[in-house]
Design a protein around this ligand. Structure first.
Ligand SMILES: [Zn+2]
Length: 336
């Protein structure tokens, strides 16, 4: 299986610590996550590493209206350590006609104040999207059946209006847009957190089926999306399916949710499958609350393999670097 990778800059390393009731959490999107995955995959000769290609900027900018804002804000920073966070978020009814290009207006492009823009952020986010695009191209040209895009930063919380949740450009959505002229696409998100950005991208597009299996958002990020009554809008009604599961979910319950989604994908008959694969569902993940074990990802991968579709896997979350690489490897082995 081809493993696509690109730029992995240690200068883009968001870190967020927060306290919720008695519990404290740390989220580190460190380059060591990529190293953990590379180490596991390099130990197995079934994986072949290739470097992502460069693609025209417009493939990313045309679907991310905050593209120029992220680029220019990064360029305006004085050094590699500086971080920029918007701290003003206009609510409903704000007069957005008066906005200008100043970073101070950045709150209109972002859902939160924990997703920093650094000098290198645009570069790594673009490389991450190009990693997914390279995988999509291999599928579209019929060169590969299953490919893995080692994306960092993740993309699934970045939407068609705003970025956030450590995500800047939506890698899976960028790949889906690229594949769409060649046939219908199904995007399934298996990260612990609901793929709100991806869902919003295709909420009104009936040629893309989206689904997500995640922790019940009534008590987990992203809180405002991911419920069962979100089924797609207008002509795309019925093309989104959410499977919120309780904390402490183990394999049996998880596999049932996967099966329900696979049935819907078979009925939709897509030409391509994209899996937004996060491994913060692992029992030892520092921010996740599910109880999947390292070996469970083999059988989950096998479930998706049963669809027999050209498949692109895009890396999303997963924060325990002692296990992340083996979880990814097992999932991909299941898909082979
Ligand atoms: Zn996640």
């Amino acid at each position: 299986m081809k493993v696509i990778e690109k730029y992995n800059d240690s200068l883009h390393n968001p870190y967020w610590k927060y306290q919720l009731g008695p519990e404290s959490y740390e989220v580190k999107d460190t380059p060591l996550r990529v190293e953990s995955i590379k180490k596991a995959l390099r130990s197995d000769e079934r994986f072949e590493f290739i470097t992502a290609k460069q693609f025209p900027e417009r493939l990313i900018s045309r679907i991310h209206p905050y593209h120029d804002y992220i680029l220019k804000t990064g360029l305006s920073l004085k050094n590699d350590e500086e971080e920029f966070y918007p701290d003003l978020f206009p609510g409903e009814g704000a007069n957005l006609l008066k906005k200008n290009d100043s970073p101070l207006w950045g709150g209109i492009w972002c859902t939160d104040a924990v997703t920093p823009i650094k000098k290198k952020t645009y570069e790594v986010a673009r490389a991450s999207a190009e990693t997914a695009l390279t995988g999509a191209e291999l599928l579209r040209e019929g060169q590969e059946k299953t490919v893995y895009a080692l994306c960092r930063p993740s993309g699934h919380h970045a939407g068609p209006r705003v970025y956030g949740g450590y995500c800047y450009f939506n890698n899976a959505a960028t790949a889906a847009e690229y594949l769409l002229p060649a046939g219908k696409v199904a995007v399934v998100d298996i990260d612990y957190h609901h793929g709100n950005g991806t869902q919003e991208f295709f909420d009104e597009i009936k040629s893309v089926f989206t689904a997500s299996i995640h922790c019940d958002p009534s008590n987990e990020y992203p809180y405002f999306w991911g419920y069962t009554d979100e089924k797609g809008k207008g002509q795309a009604a019925g093309t989104n399916h959410n499977e919120p599961l309780p904390k402490n979910t183990q394999l049996e319950q998880y596999a049932g949710a996967v099966d329900r989604i696979l049935d819907k994908i078979r009925a939709f008959k897509p030409a391509y499958l994209i899996i937004s694969a996060g491994f913060d569902t692992h029992i030892s993940d520092p921010i996740g609350g599910f109880k999947l074990r390292t070996e469970d990802y083999i059988s989950i991968g096998k479930q998706f393999k049963s669809l027999n579709l050209p498949t692109l896997v895009c890396q999303e979350g997963g924060y325990n670097i002692d296990f992340l690489g083996d979880c990814v490897k097992n999932f991909l082995i299941g898909l082979m």
